[in-house]
Write a protein that binds this ligand. Sequence first.
Ligand code: NI
Length: 146
Amino acid sequence: MTERFSVSLEPELFEAFGQYLEKHGYRNRSEAVRDLIRRALIEEEWHSGRNVIGVLSLVYNHHQRTLQDRLTEIQHRFHDLVIASTHVHLDYDDCLEVVIVRGRSAKVRKMADELITQRGVKDGRLVISGTARPATEHSHRHHAGH
Ligand code: NI
């Protein structure tokens, strides 16, 4: 069951929206509007809630193909949250990665969930350590690879 509603747009905005549909390969307007609304709601959720600092730890087998790349890609996507990360080679197979994060709690949890649920992560946990002011600057170190 879906609800329907109509939208009034100025001609310029309507035309720009048409170009947006084409550029992103939408077949119809409803599909595009749905995505835009969802994205706006997620964005709002991310920016709500208190600012927190936290420590995320991940244990994983670095022989798992593409896992390292996926973990790095996710951290870059949320780079504004990552203050620092440290990588320890535990033994022949396993790595421990510790990521210090700061940001809105919902967004921190979203990043942590994405990292922890990657296939090949044996153990992952996020420890939230209270509130923090929003990040004004940040630096991060890169894992040198294997
Ligand atoms: Ni390692």
